[in-house]
Design a protein around this ligand. Structure first.
Ligand code: SF4
Length: 547
């Protein structure tokens, strides 16, 4: 392969690690690319350097991230590149109004309520041209790199607004979608409303809202036009704004916004409005339809540490023509071990009973006894975690439900010589949390106590039918059940080995062996089948070797 090294190495502020050259070459050469690269492989810096090497003056690089910590990584790398080229790259982190507003300090209201409050409030910052958000927006047209949340380019009503503010077009954008596995879970772009919100709105208005009956009845699709007229939404919107001005929170306004969005998107084929368990949801159906407009960008790069099987994502995102690249894991093979039980445990719905939870508890205890430092156990759901916990005889730390308790828990765990920690796949501890001291991971064993398949519900059934129709019979199950299961599992297993010096064993306590073929090559090749009675011995053996 011809190398374009000279072009991108000009920006690269470190010594390239093995495979980084190849990654940068591939990114440089492709227009649309799906890339799977392990944690610690330096994919953020590689993508930025390749993009900068290919960027023309009028073009902008947009990095879409889900979390602030991911955004900070990109902003930090841009600083390093600026130092290397001795020229400041103008970068803007497009945070929300709510995050930087010095005037309105309300955290328990929605984004829309906040926006409306800003619009209708007297504001001295705006009057003296000193509003940080307006200043931020003014920087967009001149920015070379913009780091923003997914919504700005993926949520249809926001995309045009963003392009307008940045004074650009899709053709002039080079887009990096960071942690692109998140597009599997379209909840981040969806909305919902509970009956309680409408009840509180009625209380505010001191009148009945006829629409409240929408929450009653079986789970089903909803035709919004049969429930509410535009005049009624306008009435709720105006009344809600008045209440908002006075009380700084308004359930009437919240209700109006949900139905306004639903009304706007009612003919959009990629959005569905449905009732499930007494709540109304507005959700996208296919991720590919959200990604579709971005294929007109000059470059589009979707990256993640967990995009396995990558061909599955290429089909689901309808990017079959994209360049696909899986970067190998460069951490020493001898530092890890993957074990799976041959038989005896799984969390299939029909297997679930007290006997099963007891057996899980006993096996986890055995693994814990032979593990130094931290044993981190991931369950498919909080309910299963609680069931198994009731049979465990050791002290167990449990993943907190509130974010604010998370930091305290991690600090506590770091001070423990040995600890057993229970968490949920896809929960707070499975993504973005570091269990490291001086850069080394203290998690020595990860247990996957049941493959985290989603629990069937109305939404999944509905989508499965639509996916089967689009991709072929049986593919709906693969995209909606298998891919998310693999992804959640990989996010969880990725918690232990964060650097070349970390060592850990991963134990899969689920004997549905047919599903492991969808895991990355590294796991498929290294996975060891073990009898359940031998698990403790195997874990002990691994840890003793490196004691
Ligand atoms: S205009 Fe005023 S209220 Fe609105 S975001 Fe700016 S500082 Fe806050």
């Amino acid at each position: 392969m011809i190398s374009f090294k000279m072009l991108y190495l000009k920006y690269f502020p470190y010594n390239p690690r093995p495979f980084q050259d190849e990654l940068m070459d591939r990114i440089f050469m492709s227009n649309i690319m799906l890339c799977e690269a392990p944690t610690g492989s330096g994919k953020s810096i590689a993508s930025l350097c390749s993009f900068l090497a290919d960027k023309k003056e009028e073009e902008k690089i947009v990095v879409l991230t889900r979390t602030k910590s991911q955004a900070d990584i990109y902003l930090g790398e841009i600083k390093k590149i600026s130092e290397k080229i001795k020229k400041t790259i103008s970068a803007v982190h497009l945070v929300s109004k709510q995050e930087i507003c010095p005037k309105l300090k309300y955290s328990d209201i929605t984004y829309e309520e906040f926006n409306q409050l800003c619009r209708v409030s007297e504001c001295e910052y705006r009057d003296r041209n000193d509003c940080p958000y307006i200043k931020l927006q003014k920087k967009l047209p001149r920015a070379e790199v913009i780091v923003a949340s997914y919504n700005y380019l993926l949520y249809p009503p926001l995309r045009d607004y963003f392009l307008d503010r940045a004074e650009t077009t899709l053709e002039n954008l080079m887009v990096i979608v960071d942690e692109a596995h998140n597009l599997l879970n379209l909840d981040i772009l969806g909305r919902k409303i509970k009956e309680k919100t409408v009840k509180l709105a009625e209380k505010e208005l001191k009148e009945r809202i006829p629409l409240r009956r929408i929450f009653k009845g079986e789970d089903s699709m909803i035709d919004i036009s049969g429930w509410i007229e535009p005049e009624e939404i306008r009435y709720l919107y105006e009344m809600g704004t008045e209440i908002l001005k006075e009380k700084k929170i308004s359930f009437t306004f919240r209700t109006a916004c949900f139905f306004l969005n639903a009304y706007k998107l009612r003919y959009n084929e990629n959005f569905m409005i449905y009732r499930q368990n007494g709540e109304i949801f507005l959700k996208p159906i296919f991720p590919s339809k959200l990604i579709e407009p971005l294929i007109y960008c000059k470059k589009l790069l979707l990256m993640s540490a967990t995009l396995s099987p990558i061909e599955g994502y290429a089909t689901l995102y309808e990017l079959e023509k994209a360049e696909v690249y899986s970067m190998p894991n460069l951490f020493p093979k001898e530092n890890r071990r993957y074990l799976v039980i041959r038989s005896g445990l799984n969390t299939r719905l029909e297997s679930r009973d007290a006997m099963l939870w007891k057996k899980y508890a006993k096996t986890i205890e055995e693994i814990y006894k032979s593990t130094p430092r931290i044993t981190l156990v991931f369950f498919p759901s909080y309910e299963i975690l609680k069931e198994v916990h009731s049979f465990v005889n050791f002290n167990v730390f449990i993943e907190p439900k509130e974010n604010k308790e998370l930091k305290t828990l991690i600090e506590k765990i770091k001070n423990e010589k040995k600890a057993l920690l229970f968490a949920v796949c896809g929960g707070k501890l499975s993504e973005g949390v570091e269990f490291t001291i001086d850069g080394s991971s203290i998690v020595k064993t990860i247990v996957i106590a049941g493959l985290p398949f989603p629990v069937p519900n109305f939404e999944l059934e509905l989508k499965r039918e639509l996916y089967d129709r689009k991709f072929g019979y049986g593919r709906g199950y693969f995209f909606l059940h298998v891919l998310p299961m693999v992804n959640k599992t990989l996010q969880a297993t990725g918690r232990a080995i964060r650097s070349a010096n970390d060592r850990a064993v991963v134990v899969f306590l689920d004997d549905r062996l047919e599903h492991y073929r969808y895991f990355p090559q590294e796991i498929r090749e290294e996975l060891e089948l073990v009898e359940i009675e031998k698990i403790r011995e195997k874990v002990e053996e691994f840890h003793k070797t490196y004691a």
